[in-house]
Write a protein that binds this ligand. Structure first.
Ligand code: ZN
Length: 158
């Protein structure tokens, strides 16, 4: 069987296992500045209905950080996740290349990105390492690749 030559290169550092399970990151791998930015952004969440505050921070290849937090609506379906707020902010500021995303929420092990966010990450941040942390345990995040979070992502057929 031919080797899959279309496989995209994975980040050199902080790589998650390809089976989707997080590996235990080494202390030197953990992007503390990025996780701290996500924790700070979480304080700006607008979550009057669920009170579930989530912060996200994207790291660009140039080393810039763009943050976001979840915003809820009385029409619940209009709610937007922290990850997408951060991504939409970054994209509309002209940023395109992302190496990492941190997501912080008060939940055991952190809150995993939802399916909608995974699709957007697969499209706009496919090489990013996704760090997920409980706001009470910021130094013990879990790391995932976007490919592991959303295998066989939807793409437009040309
Ligand atoms: Zn989401």
């Amino acid at each position: 069987m031919a080797k899959n030559s279309k496989r995209k290169p994975q980040p050199a550092k902080a790589q998650a296992r390809s089976n989707g399970r997080p590996r235990r990151p080494r202390a030197g791998d953990i992007p503390g500045r990025l996780i701290a930015a996500a924790a700070g952004a979480r304080q700006q969440a607008v979550a009057p209905y669920s009170h579930f505050q989530v912060g996200a921070a994207l790291l660009t290849r140039q080393g810039e950080i763009v943050t976001g937090a979840n915003v809820e609506s009385a029409s619940y379906g209009l709610t937007c996740c922290a990850e997408r707020v951060a991504l939409f902010k970054a994209l509309t500021e002209g940023k395109r290349a992302f190496t990492a995303l941190a997501v912080v929420a008060r939940a055991p092990g952190g809150a995993m990105p939802c399916g909608a966010c995974r699709q957007l990450l697969a499209e706009y941040a496919p090489e990013a390492t996704v760090w997920v942390a409980d706001s009470r345990a910021l130094t013990r995040p879990r790391a995932f690749t976007v490919a592991a979070l959303l295998p066989s992502a939807f793409t437009v057929v040309p």
